[in-house]
Design a protein around this ligand. Sequence first.
Ligand SMILES: [Ca+2]
Length: 502
Amino acid sequence: MTMCAPFLVSLVHRSSPRATPALARGSNPSSISLRLRRCAVSCAAAISLCFTAQASPDATKTTSRPPNFVIILLDDSGWADFEPFAKTAYPTPNVQRLADEGRCFDNFYVPQAVCSASRAALLTGCYPDRTRVFGAHAPRARGLDPKYATIAEVLRPRGYATAVFGKWHVGDQPETRPPARGFDESCGLMYSNDMWKYHPENPEYWGQWPLQFWDNGKITIDQVTPEHQTQLTTWYTEHAVSFIHKHKDHPFFLYLPHSMPHVPLFCSAKFRGKSGAGLYGDVMMELDWSVGEVLKALKSANIEQHTFVLLTSDNGPWISYGNHAGKTPFREAKGTSFDGGVRSACIIKFPGRIAPGTRSTNAFCTIDFLPTIAHLAGAALPANPVDGKNVWDLITGKHGARNPHDYYPLTTGSEFEGVISGDGRWKLHLPHPYRTLVNAGMDGKPGKYRQESIEKSLFDLANDPKETRNVLTTESSVAVRLTTLAETHRQRFYVARHTSAN
Ligand SMILES: [Ca+2]
C-alpha cells in the first residue's frame, strides 16, 4: 500500500493543470496532458484498493472508475418553474423524468442571489465573502481569483475530461476564462446575455462592449445578434451531447450553465410559440428539451449508472421582468437574501446511489458541491481554504445524517445580510435594505423596484417559509446563537480583512 499512492501522486502532479501550459491555452482533449491524466485514472482504478490517501469509500463502492459529473445550471430560473416543484403552465417532462429517477431538494440554497457571486461559489466551494466575487460582473472584469480552485481543477488531476458550455460569468480576462480555470473544452458567453447594445434600459452603457461567443479560448462570433441568441440553448446542448459521447469511456465533468431563462429571452424555432404560455414557457420547454437530450446521451452512451446529474438555478427569478420572469412561492426574488432569491429548485440523479423518485427537505448550499464531488471522485481538496463541506450523507438521506455547518452566510452585493442555520430551519436577517417590486414590466421591458429595509429579524423557515413573522424575541435562544455566529463571521470576513494583511 505504501508504494502505490506515491506512484499515483507522481502521475497526478505531472498532469496537474497548472503544470501544463498546453491545457491552459485550451488545447483539445487528445493532448498529451489528457492522456497522462487518463493514464492516472486508469492506474487509480487498477490500484484503487491501495489508494487510501485520497480516495473515499464512495469513490470506489460500485465502480472501478470515478463517476461522471454533470451540472446543469439555469440562469434566473425560479423555484416554481419546474413540474416537480410546482404546477406550471407549460410542460417540463424531461425535468420531471430527472426527478422521477433522482431526488428533489426543497431546501437548497445559493449564498447570493446574483449571477457571478452564485457561480463562483458553486465552482469553488467558497463563500462570496471569501472570494470577494460579488454581484454580477460587467465585461472586462477579472472575476474569480485563480488562487481559488474550481471543481474542474479539482477533478482534472484524477483524470477527468472537463468542459463548460454556456455562460461563464466569473471573469473574462485571460487568466480567468474557462481554458485557464481547468476546462479542456469550452464555448459560450463570458457574461450575461443582456450585457449588449440592445439592453432595454442602458443600451449605450452595455453597448460599449461587444457580446461575444467564445469557443475554446477564441472569439468565434464578435457581435452576438438576436438570431444567434435563439440558438444558444441548442448550441450548448449539442456541445454537451457531443462531449458525453466523446468521453463516454473515461470520467468527465460537464458543466452546462445555460444563458436562459435570463432576459432577453430567446428560443429556437423548435419551441417558439409551442408552450401556449408565452415566450417564458417556450424557453423553459427548450431548456427541458436540453435536459432530455443530456439524459438521452447518457443513456445511449450506457453511462447513466456512472453519472451524477445535478439541475439547479443560480438564483431566483428576476421578477421586474414580469411575464419574462420565472416564479417563486417565497418572499422577494433575485437580488435579495430572502428565500425568493436564494432558495433554488434542485434535483440530483445518481442511479444506485440516490433513491429514485424521492424528495428531501435537508438543507445544503452550492458551496457544498465541490467537497462532495471531490469525495465521490476520490479527488484531493484544493490547497486553498474551502468553506463548503461534504454533504453526501445528507444528499442520500443516510439515517442520522446532519448538516455539518453551523450556518450559511447570505450576502447581496458586498453586503453581509444574515445567516441560515445549517439545518435550514432558521434565518436571521441583520438590518439591511432590499429591493421590492413596485410594478412588473412586460415583454422584455423591466418594471420598477423601490428600496425597503428590514430590521433585525428571525424567521422560522420550517413553519413560515415566506418569512412573514419575526420571531426574534420569542425564539431568543436561537436569535442569540445565530447573532453570535453572524457577528463572528462579520469579524472574520469583513472587519479582519480590513485590519490585517489576511
Ligand atoms: Ca442569474
